[in-house]
Design a protein around this ligand. Structure first.
Ligand SMILES: O=C(CO)COP(=O)(O)O
Length: 248
């Protein structure tokens, strides 16, 4: 049985002080033995966030990292900088990074490989635009994004990655994919993982849905057979996140 994983992507929200206040508010609400809970905070809040979650099951993740070890890459964060402070997860290839910061399937793959080398769990984001959905190429596109992201990833490592299916048209719009739409694409992702590796790897890999997940729709989405939790934006910054984690 795959353990569900619900991650909050805080995006560029909350100063370090605000992050602590939010974590203190959410701590009692997100307590769960069944669900892995991750808060992905801005980099400058990671240290205080790690302090704030001590003694709980909550894990802390970053929202991005670079694929080099160190060097002249102004403004970037190296994987060892994350692991040294105790970060365990990192979002890779979010559609906002692809749209505003020129990330490509190839840089996503480099980051995934580097994250794995450093024993960070990558949360790899894939998903189509509205135009692509209307063209009927969603599954083709998401298959391709998944294949390129996992290039050269070894089967044992692939079992531990998390893939987040986030249709761009559903992000921050209040327009959630229906559970059938989300399930169809998450099933297609699991199918491509089984084609690349094996049924065993496909059964192990966790696939999240993201895009306007809220307290009211989480239960239906997360009960679908191929949806193993969610990557949550707006609603992860509110008490509502507790309802999403405890969706049952
Ligand atoms: O982009 C998202 C999570 O990474 C989803 O954002 P919203 O939940 O705000 O739609």
């Amino acid at each position: 049985m795959r353990k569900k994983i619900v991650a909050g992507n805080w995006k560029m929200n909350k100063t370090p002080k605000e992050a602590v206040a939010l974590i203190e508010e959410l701590k009692p609400l997100v307590a769960s033995d069944d669900v892995e809970v991750v808060f992905c905070t801005p980099d400058v809040s990671l240290t205080t966030a790690l302090e704030a979650v001590k003694g709980t099951n909550i894990k802390i993740g970053a929202q991005n990292m670079y694929f080099e070890e160190n060097g002249a890459y102004t403004g970037e964060t190296a994987p060892s900088m994350l692991t040294e402070i105790g970060v365990g997860y990192v979002i890779i290839g979010h559609s906002e990074r692809r749209a505003y910061f020129a990330e490509t399937d190839e840089t996503v793959n480099k980051k995934v490989l580097k994250a794995i080398e450093h024993k960070l769990v990558p949360i790899i984001c894939v998903g189509e635009s509205l135009e692509q959905r209307e063209q009927g190429i969603t599954v083709d596109l998401v298959r391709l994004q998944t294949k390129i992201a996992l290039k050269d990833v070894q089967p044992e490592d692939a079992k531990n990655v998390v893939i987040a299916y986030e249709p761009i048209w559903a992000i921050g719009t209040g327009r959630t994919a229906t559970s059938q739409q989300a399930e169809e694409v998450c099933a297609a992702i699991r199918q491509v993982v089984s084609e690349i590796y094996s049924q065993e790897v496909a059964e192990a890999v966790r696939i999240q849905y993201g895009g306007s997940v809220n307290g009211a729709n989480a239960a239906e989405l997360f009960s679908m057979p191929n949806i193993d939790g969610g990557l949550v934006g707006g609603a992860s910054l509110k008490a509502e996140f507790g309802k999403i984690v405890n969706y049952k």
